[in-house]
Design a protein around this ligand. Structure first.
Ligand SMILES: NC(=O)c1ccc[n+]([C@@H]2O[C@H](COP(=O)([O-])OP(=O)(O)OC[C@H]3O[C@@H](n4cnc5c(N)ncnc54)[C@H](OP(=O)(O)O)[C@@H]3O)[C@@H](O)[C@H]2O)c1
Length: 338
């Protein structure tokens, strides 16, 4: 039996760079489950890992919501019919296909209060935001009273990752300063709970001072590292911590003010656990399960903000173009097959 899939042939979002094809239906074994994909969401990683010149064609796509249709012999967490969501594994074929194999340890049952397309917007950004704040910066999500009085600057507040991070940080009791450069993105951040907004296209340290904050205890940079490296060194508190999730073009100066302040710098890469099959890979199952409960309890607002249908090459290319603009707010989701 065959399935529909979309494959990229080159590193471009121009029409014709991806095509609708048919591929053989994969079979689940070991810890894999076979998921019938109902909806997907777009992330910048989709356009960052398109095939380079000379590479074989690629089935991309990371965020998805769907239904389990087959389980491997070692699967214990799921059974056929479970409605799930996941952010996948960058080393394996992706969610731009009607069916996808995924390791059960990075999947969870999706929120019962949301439809599949709204759920699909959550996994990748929730995992990145959760791991950034709680695994890398070491903030305890369960002690909001102890965390109150601590401050976090989120650079790129209205993006996919920032939109979830603002909410998780508020639930954890922190004071949140989010960056946004337009009225609509600033309003979006405020609606998600940000206490203050500053503009990342203007000098940030004086804006922070105007809020009465000399420094912040934590910085989560979810966008541009190079341009704001020195500003971050100015804004971080002595013994504060920074997390970075994007690449950088310049050599970063790890000394200077950052050294004098004994600042801690850590990286977050959402695919580390699946890529290296770490012993704690199942943590992503636990995080997504907790996120689904927060949504169902009304504590976390879903961030789907733009929709396309059906899932086909034309709409996926349009999605890549919208993401490449760097100005999307919240998440873009695609749903349905025709
Ligand atoms: N390491 C990981 O595991 C991981 C995981 C997820 C994402 N990422 C990376 O993190 C980045 C953000 O991902 P995302 O999904 O949140 O992106 P996104 O949704 O595409 O971000 C769009 C937002 O970026 C903001 N923005 C544009 N220029 C900015 C700048 N110079 N400084 C700060 N914000 C700016 C815009 O806000 P305004 O309109 O207000 O300017 C816009 O709302 C991407 O590079 C992505 O590849 C890494």
């Amino acid at each position: 039996m065959n399935m529909k899939a979309i494959q990229f042939h080159k590193n471009s979002s121009e029409d014709g760079s991806a095509t609708d094809i048919e591929l053989p239906l994969p079979k689940a074994s070991g810890h894999d489950i076979l998921v019938k994909i109902e909806a997907i969401a777009m992330n910048p990683v989709d356009y960052k890992v398109r095939p380079a010149e000379g590479d074989p064609p690629k089935t991309l796509g990371f965020d998805a919501a769907g239904t389990v249709v087959e389980v491997g012999d070692k699967v214990t967490l799921f059974q056929k019919g479970d409605q799930v969501y996941h952010a996948g594994d960058v080393t394996r074929p992706g969610t731009n296909a009607e069916f996808q194999l995924v390791d059960e340890r990075i999947v969870a049952k999706r929120p019962t209060s949301l439809d599949s397309s709204t759920s699909a917007a959550l996994p990748l950004t929730s995992l990145t935001a959760w791991e950034s704040l709680f695994d890398r910066l070491g903030i305890n999500p369960d002690t909001p009273e102890e965390n109150s009085g601590k401050s976090l600057l989120i650079i790129g507040g209205a993006g996919g990752v920032g939109s979830i991070a603002i909410q998780l940080a508020k639930l954890a009791g922190l004071t949140v300063v989010a960056t946004a450069s337009r009225n609509e993105s600033a309003d979006w951040c405020r609606n998600l709970g940000a206490n203050h907004i500053i503009n990342h296209h203007e000098a940030m340290p004086p804006q922070l001072k105007n809020l009465g904050l000399e420094t912040v205890d934590y910085i989560a940079n979810f966008n541009d590292v190079d341009r704001v490296w020195e500003a971050m060194a100015d804004m971080i508190a002595p013994q504060g911590s920074l997390v970075l999730i994007t690449g950088h073009q310049n050599q970063l100066d790890l000394g200077g003010t950052l050294k004098l302040k004994s600042a801690r710098i850590c990286w977050e890469f959402m695919f580390t656990r699946s890529m290296y099959q770490t012993d704690d890979m199942i943590e992503q199952h636990h995080i997504l399960t907790r996120v689904a409960k927060l949504v169902d309890d009304g504590k976390l607002i879903a961030t789907a903000n733009d929709r396309l249908s059906p899932i086909n090459a034309g709409n996926i290319l349009e999605g890549h173009r919208r993401l490449e603009s760097g100005s999307t707010i919240g998440k873009l989701v695609l749903s349905g097959w025709k």
